[in-house]
Design a binder for this molecule. Structure first.
Ligand code: MN
Ligand code: MN
Length: 428
């Protein structure tokens, strides 16, 4: 408070002097104004709990100027955060629904990467649609690919360096995992094709930056193609002259027929698909459940771990953090809010809905609350072989009485009335 007054006094003083002393003082005034603005920001950060509460009374939060009422209606916490928020830490929210779709004949794709969320360096996401029969052109890339089918069905193939090919059909809630460099395909199946989410273990991944079958062939001299494959120049001329990327194609035959075609070259030991939505919950309470899939149960998923969380209306994902990596979220269904508490006492709360992406920097404390009237379902994604979290309640429960009381300034009986164990979804 004192600092703020001092800052504005200095500013007034400088302005007055500038009027009196002319042009030579103007440059100085610019600097002084900036310094004063800086001090004012520091002062806002130094608000006490009662000061920020006082700001919420009376007319203080009124906003008589222009408003984007459509955004305000759906983002009450993002715009007017709880009084416990502080400062303006970096981005924790983006939505696929604000990113441009690349639409091709056969479907579309769009992505949320470190271009949208600059601090998200570990993972990036792509949301893609393939109509019935349409392919994402055969390709490979630098990053590992983790995926979940959101709606519809697809046939996927992936070839291992030893020449064995894995092939399977996936439906809603099913996962696939393609290690970096393994060539693979995705094709929409009968009915309405499909829509899915891809997660890559590279924050600046771009779906436009993949190695394509078409480009490898068309950018190799025809005489080399002839030596390599036996295909003559007139055949080279018939190859696609540019990338196919996403394109329409006839529906495939039966899965069993494709497997029979592969015969001994069908991969049967490594499983590149996993049924996540229908697995038994890893933990469960009356108000929600959590399913964890990482390299301990989906062996092939060496670099990306996932938790699918379901919260009933009003329930929270308990206060916790992750000691190994940042968290990249995809919101599948419902609505909620999340607060992330950073270092230096900074905290940010924002609202989230289906098709939004959330981001929590490594180690930062957070919770998620279902603020809607239907179940909230979201994914917590990590660039890690194993899922790990630290529960605040569990930590407090393990503190000896005197240690806990000294820090929390509460009677021991109150402290011990909190849940004594890790409870991913509360209330129990
Ligand atoms: Mn891919
Ligand atoms: Mn988390």
């Amino acid at each position: 408070m004192e600092m703020k007054e001092q800052a504005s006094n200095n500013l007034n003083e400088t302005s007055t002097r500038t009027e009196q002393e002319g042009v030579s003082r103007r440059a100085f005034m610019g600097v002084a104004t900036m310094a004063a603005a800086g001090l004012a920001t520091e002062s806002a950060l130094a608000q006490t709990r009662s000061e920020s509460l006082a700001g919420r009374t009376g007319d203080n939060a009124s906003d008589p100027g222009p408003e984007n009422t459509v955004l305000l209606r759906t983002n009450p916490n993002s715009n007017l955060p709880p009084f416990t928020d502080r400062g303006n830490p970096h981005t924790i929210w983006y939505s696929f629904d604000l990113t441009p779709k690349r639409v091709e004949s056969g479907g579309w794709t769009h992505q949320v990467t470190s271009r949208e969320i600059p601090r998200s360096q570990d993972l990036a996401g792509v949301n893609m649609r393939l109509t019935a029969g349409s392919f994402r052109e055969l390709h490979w890339h630098l990053a590992d690919e983790w995926a979940i089918m959101l709606t519809g069905k697809a046939r996927i193939t992936v070839m291992q360096p030893d020449g064995k090919m894995f092939i399977d059909d996936v439906g809603p809630g099913d996962l696939w995992y393609f290690p970096a460099g393994f060539p693979h395909s995705i094709q929409g199946l009968e009915g309405d094709g499909c829509e899915f989410l891809l997660v890559f273990d590279q924050g600046d991944f771009s779906e436009d930056d993949t190695f394509l079958l078409s480009e490898f062939l068309v950018h190799t001299p025809p005489e080399i193609i002839e030596k390599n494959t036996g295909w003559k120049r007139q055949e080279w001329d018939q190859l696609p002259p540019t990338e196919l990327y996403i394109f329409e194609a006839p529906l495939p035959g039966a899965l069993e027929a494709d497997k029979r075609f592969l015969g001994n070259f069908l991969e049967t030991e490594n499983h590149y698909t996993f049924k996540m939505a229908s697995m038994k919950p890893t933990s469960q309470s009356a108000t929600g459940e959590v399913r964890i899939v990482d390299s301990s149960n989906f062996t092939i998923a060496k670099n990306i771990a996932a938790a699918m969380v379901t919260l009933k209306p009003g329930a929270i994902r308990e206060m916790h953090w992750h000691p190994n990596t940042s968290e990249w979220q995809y919101w599948i269904k419902g609505q909620g809010r999340m607060t992330v508490v950073f270092t230096e006492g900074r905290a940010r709360t924002m609202d989230f809905r289906a098709n939004d992406v959330g981001f929590v920097p490594s180690m930062a404390g957070h919770y998620i609350e279902n603020t809607g009237t239907e179940d909230l379902v979201f994914l917590e994604m990590f660039k890690s072989p194993r899922y790990q979290d630290v529960s605040l309640n569990q930590w407090i429960a393990r503190m000896p009485d005197k240690m806990a009381a000294a820090h929390l300034k509460l009677p021991v009986s109150t402290i011990r009335s909190a849940p004594q164990n890790k409870t991913p979804v509360l209330p129990r």
